[in-house]
Design a binder for this molecule. Structure first.
Ligand SMILES: Cc1cc2nc3c(=O)[nH]c(=O)nc-3n(C[C@H](O)[C@H](O)[C@H](O)COP(=O)(O)OP(=O)(O)OC[C@H]3O[C@@H](n4cnc5c(N)ncnc54)[C@H](O)[C@@H]3O)c2cc1C
Length: 397
């Protein structure tokens, strides 16, 4: 392939890239669009290795991109799923306080949810927790009717099939972007020229921005999340979605229980620093990724500030007994033999030089190239709204 010309090139076939392509095709059917993916298959990283939850918008700072896109995106997602027969279930969730110290945070969460437009959320007492989730122990909980579950892989396939129907779309898999210019990318399959490009590189978004000479002061560091599955004999201990009260200092929601679309119950994910960006097995190592993370001041500042949290996560990743302690806070009747490790995912966290974590979605533009630098959770829930946003940003002067 030599110097093929496209109106728009989209890099990355995670949900953000696919939803962006879907949004563009809706309005501009005749544009020549190329979608590039470095893997042999589409959508095999964050977008398919996540918790499978349709987030309500409970946690995000009112007015932030995450809050706005989650609320709009959730509604768009449900409409899309209904119209295109993507299985999902708006089953609601509870966020459970298990000790008195968590009550204040829980009430703050309720207020935050209300500010984000979540009507119908309500605090429930110990007795009512048992009516919703009979095996869950808590002193008070927040019930959120808008949360749900979905298989994000099915969503990705549905979007991909619709995109592919357009004869002006070219999909190139096994095609890695290696160099970026103003109007051209060099890939492992050759050069592609374009008028506009959109980079939705997930775990590698900072590297793509660097290739484009965008001077970011931030870096992607990655945290693996391991998921465990409850055995059949204890599957009935969870009906839908059960979350702990999150520690407001960290961008993770804490180890929670999720009913998956296939009816199994998973618990997780933890959050363990990885020495390889795509580390789905517990002890993978990449010299490039490790050097990249550890040569960045922000990583050390994050470690020093949160060494206890980091150490606890490491211990928990290698000890089922410690993991059990965490889940027993919510469901005391589960024993060590009642669950097994099933899978892992890795989250991209955009870390600033001062060791703080970038909280919101981040987009950067360089001429006609647009980069999605930070698309953490709830970017899967919000993908259709993010896709629309990227489309309008792309043509802004
Ligand atoms: C453990 C975990 C649990 C989560 N739970 C939820 C949840 O329940 N609900 C929710 O809404 N969100 C959740 N999220 C967040 C959500 O999954 C992500 O925010 C979202 O999937 C990000 O999508 P993306 O398209 O930006 O990235 P990705 O899905 O990672 O896609 C990026 C793509 O870019 C490709 N790429 C990268 N570099 C190149 C290159 N040089 N050349 C070509 N291609 C390249 C990659 O191969 C990849 O396919 C979770 C995430 C994780 C990891």
């Amino acid at each position: 392939m030599n110097h093929k010309y496209f109106d728009i090139v989209i890099v990355g076939t995670g949900l953000v890239g696919l939803a962006t392509a879907h949004s563009i095709i809706k309005d501009f059917k005749d544009l020549r669009l190329a979608i590039i993916e470095k893997e042999k298959e589409i959508c095999i990283h964050q977008s398919q290795r996540n918790s499978g939850v349709i987030h309500s918008g409970l946690y995000y700072k009112p007015g932030s991109e995450r809050a706005i896109n989650c609320t709009i995106g959730r509604e768009m997602l449900i409409k899309y799923c209904k119209e295109n027969k993507v299985e999902h279930d708006i089953c609601g969730k509870i966020v459970v306080a298990t000790n008195q110290n968590e009550i204040e945070s829980l009430y703050k969460l309720e207020l935050n949810g209300k500010q984000n437009g979540l009507s119908g959320i309500k605090m429930i007492n110990k007795k009512d927790i048992k009516k919703v989730e009979p095996y869950v122990d808590g002193i008070e909980a927040l019930f959120v009717p808008q949360s749900g579950i979905i298989n994000y892989r099915s969503l990705a396939i549905s979007l991909f099939q619709k995109i592919r129907k357009n004869k002006n779309v070219t999909v190139l898999t096994d095609c890695k972007v290696q160099k970026i210019d103003k109007d051209c990318v060099d890939t492992s399959l050759g050069k592609l020229k374009y008028k506009y490009s959109i980079f939705c590189g997930g775990l590698h978004s900072d590297r793509l921005a660097k290739l484009d000479n965008i001077c970011t002061q931030s870096k992607i560091v990655t945290f693996r999340g391991d998921f465990f599955r409850l055995n059949k004999n204890v599957k009935n201990r969870i009906k839908n979605l059960v979350y702990p009260v999150p520690n407001p200092k960290f961008p993770f929601l804490g180890i929670h229980f999720t009913r998956m679309m296939d009816g199994t119950i998973e618990c997780g994910p933890n959050a363990v620093f990885t020495f390889k960006r795509e580390d789905y097995l517990k002890n993978e190592f990449s010299f490039e990724d490790t050097f990249d993370a550890l040569s960045f001041k922000g990583t050390w500042k994050l470690f020093l500030k949160n060494w206890k949290f980091g150490l606890d996560e490491y211990k928990r990743a290698f000890s089922k007994k410690i993991f059990l302690k965490e889940i027993n806070k919510l469901v005391p009747s589960i024993c060590e033999n009642d669950f097994k490790y099933c899978r892992s995912g890795v989250r991209a966290i955009l870390l600033k030089k001062d060791g703080s974590i970038e909280d919101d979605f981040v987009f950067e533009k360089n001429n006609n190239n647009l980069h999605v630098l930070n698309a953490p959770s709830p970017a899967a829930t919000a993908c259709l709204s993010i896709g629309d946003k990227i489309k309008s940003k792309l043509f802004e002067c």
